[in-house]
Design a protein around this ligand. Structure first.
Ligand SMILES: [Zn+2]
Length: 368
């Protein structure tokens, strides 16, 4: 089987992927997934498209035996935002070293680079690829794959999110909770006839204002708690019967989301409801892990850069994939710019794309 010609040019392939409108919502990743599956099949991968409904699907591809290196990336992008773009967002226009387009950095450039690297190592077996839908709305595609039991055995996972090709060892987790106090409405002139939900929540609110988790990780930093929104009442002359508070907890290695939820619950008065809005675990791989250390050394040998940074500021599909894959070591490394994701006039540097192909090719070649 001949590798398809698109697999010889990472710039052209990035432009081709950017041309698919996979803005999420609504997503519509299937066409782009089918295109990637065709490319992967031309270099010996068995491809399985898993549907998540109309126009939505994720792709699991494997070349040879499972248990080796797996690359993961998402094909959906965030919306364009309100500010006008000076470069058409799906044309992949090139100016100097920059290729512009929604998803160029986050993260179609990373996916293109891995596919080109896999084509360069066409005879190397034992490589897997997971391309997800719906990452930008909270890792939905990864969750659907995990729930469907469709993930391959994995020795090590590379997530191709934007890191300027720096090898990162993880990121914080995110746990968003909604706390609800209920009351009974009445006219504002006769408050004694009602139960004021603001008053009901107030002691809990005061306790949470004074709360920060104590867990500290030397590389990841501190777990944090932020009260994000509070909503109650319809008008000034009624007793509010509902008060809702949202809480944004960011976790690090050393504290689970069940433990964080328990810490919040311990500060809530009886009758306060707790609902989970988002639950994405932290991701961390010891940089001394033999695979991680060798892969990071190899990547730095190619970029010639020594990086002090070890964690991403954003979350990734690894929150879902790492536990679902049996806890392999994870490296986050991709050609996108760290300052690019979700911005207007998003671009990826052509020099970073070429560098990522070299890094991924070396990882594939040296994988067990
Ligand atoms: Zn991303």
């Amino acid at each position: 089987m001949m590798p398809r010609s698109e697999l010889s040019d990472v710039t052209a392939l990035t432009r081709r992927l950017v041309a698919f409108d996979t803005i999420n919502p609504p997503g519509r990743e299937t066409e782009a997934m089918r295109y990637c599956a065709g490319l992967l099949e031309s270099i010996g991968f068995d491809c399985h498209l898993i549907s998540h409904g109309e126009g939505r699907s994720s792709l699991v591809a494997q070349r040879g035996p499972e248990g080796g290196l797996v690359f993961s990336g998402h094909l959906d992008t965030v919306p364009l935002g309100r500010a006008p773009w000076t470069h058409p967002p799906h044309e992949g226009r090139i100016e100097g070293d920059q290729l512009y387009g929604r998803g160029s950095s986050d993260m179609k450039g990373g996916i293109a680079a891995f596919l080109v690297a896999a084509a360069r190592n066409a005879s190397k077996t034992g490589t897997g690829v997971i391309l997800t839908a719906g990452e930008e709305t909270g890792c939905d595609g990864a969750r659907w794959l995990a729930e469907a039991g469709r993930l391959p055995k994995t020795g090590a996972l590379v997530v191709g999110e934007s890191t300027d090709n720096q090898p990162l060892a993880g990121h914080k987790g995110a746990l968003w909770l909604k706390l609800t106090a209920k009351g009974r409405t009445a006219h504002g002139a006769t408050p004694e006839l009602g139960v004021n939900a603001i008053a009901t929540l107030s002691p809990t609110l005061a306790r949470l204002c004074a709360y920060q988790p104590e867990t500290f990780h030397p590389q990841m930093g501190r777990a944090t708690c932020n009260l994000g929104t509070i909503r109650a009442g319809i008008n000034v002359n009624s007793v509010p019967d509902l008060c809702e508070l949202t809480v944004d907890l960011r976790s690090v290695e050393g504290i689970s989301h069940a433990e964080l939820t328990a810490e919040i619950a311990a500060r809530c008065d009886a009758g306060i409801g707790i609902e989970t809005l988002l639950d994405l675990a932290s991701v961390w791989t010891d940089p001394e892990n033999p695979w991680f250390a060798a892969a990071a050394r190899s990547a730095r040998g190619i970029t010639g850069r020594q990086d002090s940074l070890s964690c991403a500021t954003y979350f990734t599909d690894a929150s879902i994939l790492k536990p679902a894959l049996g806890d392999p070591p994870v490296m986050i490394l991709g050609p996108g710019g760290m300052d690019q994701p979700h911005g207007t006039d998003e671009y990826v540097r052509l020099s970073r794309l070429a560098e990522a192909v070299e890094i991924y090719a070396a990882l594939i070649a040296s994988a067990g």
